[in-house]
Design a protein around this ligand. Structure first.
Ligand code: AMP
Length: 419
């Protein structure tokens, strides 16, 4: 019997897995420089956290959650996103009682029961940043700028930034009503008609051409923003412009999660086909109250690591090998020599030299083949006779040149050669 990874999931294997680590690191480096602290939350939470925090009317909650009872009958859900968990942790530990905004970043697996296809998986990885407890257009702009810098650090040049404002509690209800009135006049299927009543903004996000064709004249939220939202949005836009960040106003940009207010944005890449979003985020001023907390206006983003990797592939940026390359490979012949080599390899590693050795009792020929394949520049060959002489053969695999080095000096000699 042989097992396969579950549908919609896959394994990252060396050497590409090293690239994915590098992607994660590069995407979060800018927020770490900006004072965001690392947070790790459980992979599963109380189902109600997501039902309330992400929104009952969303596809995520209504169709895509991995929900299960634990042995005590609690309903738990594998996190489909991380913002609700971060906010839960902030409220639980009272982080919001200290200096505001609370700035946090995370990196972790997310789970959604999606229709699996390239770029859309059931298990995927996001890095994210959240700034909680401040209503300030500069904070929205900061996060956008830091996201842009993360993609740029990877060498990506085809990431576009789409920007919109969704209004707030003051102006959204009137817009919602105007949109509902417009949508009720269209020729739509029953599911979509039901959505008009629950979350009409999401109908704007419908990707089907027959729906999009009917939406041309739909009222746009930009035309319904209250004065405060308009001023806020203008400030975000002018800060981005002043920072030299290019963006496109997208008056139809709404996001799949219910909790967004005011600033919303998405990073898209044109080389990815239909799953073009490499990241997205926005302001979620009402979420804390939805979870039973105090008012805590906040803004954040989540960037898709797997899709960013695909974007890099599309731009031909994956050529470099980022693995910690082996520098030295040990080959020992005979039991005593193997024991000594084991210690020598350990000593080299402690001295900062990337070292591996032949395992599995191979003969000299097989072990030297392993040395060649390992990518290491140097092989250390230790036979019983060398051991008796307290020496080791150091072979430069690029030139095949071989010298004898006293065992007591070999760590220093190699340190000098590999630096
Ligand atoms: P969201 O939490 O839906 O706003 O997603 C933020 C980012 O996570 C998206 O822009 C994608 O890059 C990534 N993402 C979301 N869903 C998936 C998925 N099913 N598979 C791979 N990446 C995803």
């Amino acid at each position: 019997m042989s097992f396969q990874a579950p549908k919609g999931t896959f394994d990252w294997l060396p050497p590409t897995s090293e690239q994915v680590l590098a992607v994660r690191e590069a995407l979060v480096a800018p927020v770490r420089r900006a004072g965001y602290g690392y947070i790790e939350t459980p992979v599963f939470e109380d189902t109600q956290l997501f039902a309330r925090g992400v929104g009952e009317s969303t596809d995520i909650v209504s169709k895509e959650m991995y929900t299960f009872p634990d042995k005590a009958g609690r309903s738990l859900t594998l996190r489909p996103e991380n913002t609700a968990s971060v906010l839960r942790a902030v409220l639980q530990h009272g982080l919001h009682n200290g200096r505001l905004p609370v700035k946090l970043w995370y990196s972790g697996s997310q789970f959604r029961y999606e229709r699996a296809q390239k770029g859309r998986y059931r298990h995927f990885w996001q890095v994210g940043a959240e700034a909680l407890g401040a209503e300030d257009p500069a904070l929205d702009a900061e996060l956008v700028v830091l996201g842009v810098q993360g993609f740029a650090a990877l060498g990506l040049t085809r990431v576009r930034l789409l920007l919109n404002s969704l209004g707030d509690r003051a102006c959204r209800p009137a817009y919602r009503a105007a949109l509902q009135e417009f949508l009720r006049g269209l020729d739509l299927d029953a599911d979509t008609r039901a959505r008009i009543e629950i979350n009409p903004l999401r109908v704007l996000d419908d990707k089907r051409p027959e729906v999009q064709a009917q939406l041309t004249g739909a009222p746009l939220v930009v035309d319904h923003l209250c004065a405060a939202c308009k001023a806020y949005h203008e400030e975000v836009r002018s800060l981005l412009t002043a920072s030299g960040v290019a963006f496109e106003d997208d008056p139809r940009l709404v996001r799949g999660l219910d909790y967004y207010t005011r600033t919303t944005f998405e990073f898209v890449h044109d080389g990815l086909g239909s799953q073009s979003a490499v990241g997205g985020g926005g302001r979620y001023d009402g979420l804390s109250e939805m979870l039973g907390g105090p008012p805590l206006p906040s803004v954040g983003w989540a960037l898709g690591v797997d899709r960013t990797y695909l974007a890099m592939e599309a731009e031909g940026l994956l050529a470099g090998d980022t693995a910690a390359r082996l520098q030295v490979y040990g080959v020992a012949l005979g039991d005593d020599a193997r024991r000594r080599m084991f210690l020598l390899v350990d000593e080299l590693r402690r001295a900062g030299v990337n070292t591996d050795m032949a395992f599995g009792g191979k003969g000299l020929k097989g072990a030297m083949k392993g040395a060649g394949r390992s990518g290491a520049r140097f092989a250390l060959i230790l036979g019983e006779r060398d051991l008796a002489a307290q020496a080791v053969q150091l072979k430069d695999l690029t030139t095949a040149e071989q010298t004898e080095v006293p065992l007591a000096q070999v760590v220093d000699v190699l340190k000098g050669k590999v630096q």
